[in-house]
Design a protein around this ligand. Sequence first.
Ligand SMILES: [Zn+2]
Length: 390
Amino acid sequence: MPKDEARAEAKDAPEARNEARGESKTRTIKIGDTDTVAPGEFKHITFKISESSTGRPIQTPILVANSKEPGPALFLVAGIHGNELNGVGAVRELIDQLDLSTMRGALVCLPVVNVPGFLIGSRTLPNGEDINRLFPGNKDGSPGERIADMLLQILSQCDYGITFHTAVDNWFNMVHARCDVSEAENRRLARALGTEVIINEVGLEGMLRRAANDIGIPCVLVEAGEPNAFDRTVIDEVVTCARSAMVDLGMLKGEIKEPIFRVIIKKTEIIRSDHGGIIDMKVVPHQLIYEGDPLFAITNPFGKERDMHKAPFTGMVLGVRTRPIAGPGTPVVLLLKLDKTLSKIEDKLKETWRAKAAEVAVPVVSRPQEPILELEIKSDKRGMDDEEGA
Ligand SMILES: [Zn+2]
């Protein structure tokens, strides 16, 4: 079925929401030319993605958990940027929790894609290539293009995909999802992750999620925390998100993570320092802010304030610079513009807190499940991928 027709059909048939692609299928997953994982098998595979200059193989770990029970195939890919470790931690933990006897479908996990970068704490391959700008790759191309081609061969056997990233160096982003929500199944997967924020963007040329979308595989990026660190809180949140998506796809039994509110938005805005100096940060990621609220001050080494940057609009803090040093033009805070939407979110939060307080006081109180407040903010301006990370 052509992509547009499939999209129109998905929109016309909301009752099909609980049906996942590949739901009634079992399959054998092939890894490269030699390894296969049949239904009922759980295998750790070391897969050769390249060769070092001493002729030794460079291998990446792959885990395939393939249930005898039919269900969708999902890929989880982390460490495509070798210094982005929270996703590595989350996928590792998910693997540890897996029980093939209670799972449906197939899970293909690549916890550390960019092994050479991982070993030296680098986003890119040692030759400077960013694998996540090289998809769909080329089997006769550059070292990075060959790796991208090999990976996509494996991942193209799946029905859905999630890729895990963090912010760029010196930056922290709250956990959120990024995808092209105009595709119904991308939107479904992003919602199922249960994050409060979904950035609606197609993604840059060469990104894995865009290449997956181009061959008809719904794929969502999860952005989580800062690079070069294992952040316990962030990893726990990401594991919960990924498990929630697997529950929604019918692969696991359990609970779907429901956020109190959800914002689907295209536009993000970077607030930059106007002067050089030391950053005195006044906000934290996840914070709701009103126009005119202080965001950060630039001070000199004697503590004297040179400049106070205030919120140019009402919204939410998505990310902050973690290195407290800035020059003129340095990005310092990443905001979502919410305007009137913010008061709706605040009302919803207050309502939830009141409800929670009531539950503590009167434990027998029960009330019907409240629908999630979901707000989609449309704007044509694209986000700023390269500076934010991903
Ligand atoms: Zn990344």
